[in-house]
Design a protein around this ligand. Structure first.
Ligand code: URA
Length: 242
């Protein structure tokens, strides 16, 4: 077998949906991984994904192809895979999938829209890492009615309790956007931000004196919600981040 068919064990495990490359290294350190019956002790070990038998916690790991979906998360759904309070969560929508999908980041319980779901832990890390400044675009129904002063203020930025924050662009959206997000006829601002601090968009608007009544994410990095129906998934292609 030529050496170029071999891949590092942490990459193999991450591709199989068992966590990020860093995350699976911890599992290797804890002695939870074996290759061909031998407990793994070395981080840099390589495997042949076709020939070698890898066990994780005693269960055979099958290499899995990368899968990426966009999900239109309804509001009143938790964007994690379980909820200690027993509220509806994203896992309730995943029963039809044999691949193990994990959400790339979070949306608040009362926020709907684009949640990217993938089995590629490394891609999730990249999408969420602050250094990539991945743009996220939201439609925010606000009160009182938005005006030019609000748009300027959002783009200029405001002081929040955990530091300065701003939108990279703020505008009144076109009517197609509003139709897609079921917001036709409402006082809505379209804002793009490049960070994912907790409740960031709601806090930006509140600090500008226009609290959010409803929030929908319509774009995340290279992916768009378009007219995907609430509660539905759409398979999308992998896009490298620029
Ligand atoms: N900003 C918020 O306030 N909430 C979200 O869910 C996402 C961004």
């Amino acid at each position: 077998m030529s050496s170029d068919t071999l891949i590092r064990i942490n990459r193999f495990l991450a591709q199989a949906g068992l966590g990020s490359r860093r995350g699976v290294e911890a599992a290797i350190g804890e002695g939870r991984v074996s290759i061909n019956g031998k407990l793994l002790t070395e981080m840099g070990a390589k495997v042949d994904p076709v020939k070698d038998r890898v066990l994780f916690d005693g269960k055979e790991v099958k290499p899995e192809k990368r899968a990426i979906y966009i999900f239109n998360k309804p509001d009143k759904v938790i964007s994690t895979l379980s909820d200690p309070q027993g509220r509806p969560c994203v896992a309730d929508f995943l029963e039809e999938f044999s691949v193990r999908l994990v959400p790339a980041g979070r949306l608040d319980y009362d926020v709907s829209g684009l949640l990217l779901m993938t089995n590629d832990g490394d891609y999730i890390n990249k999408l969420l890492h602050p250094s990539f400044e991945v743009p996220r675009t939201y439609l925010a129904e606000v009160s009182p009615i938005p005006n030019a002063k609000l748009l300027k203020k959002l783009e200029r930025g405001v002081e929040l309790e955990d530091g300065f924050g701003k939108g990279t662009e703020a505008k009144i959206p076109n009517s197609n956007r509003l139709k897609d997000a079921d917001l036709g006829g409402r006082p809505v601002v379209e804002v793009t931000v490049t960070e994912g601090r907790n409740h960031f968009v709601k806090r930006l608007f509140s600090a500008c004196g226009h609290p959010v009544k409803k929030l929908v994410r319509v774009e995340f990095g290279p992916y768009k919600l378009s007219n995907l129906k609430i509660g539905r998934f759409k398979k999308v292609d992998f896009r490298e981040l620029s």
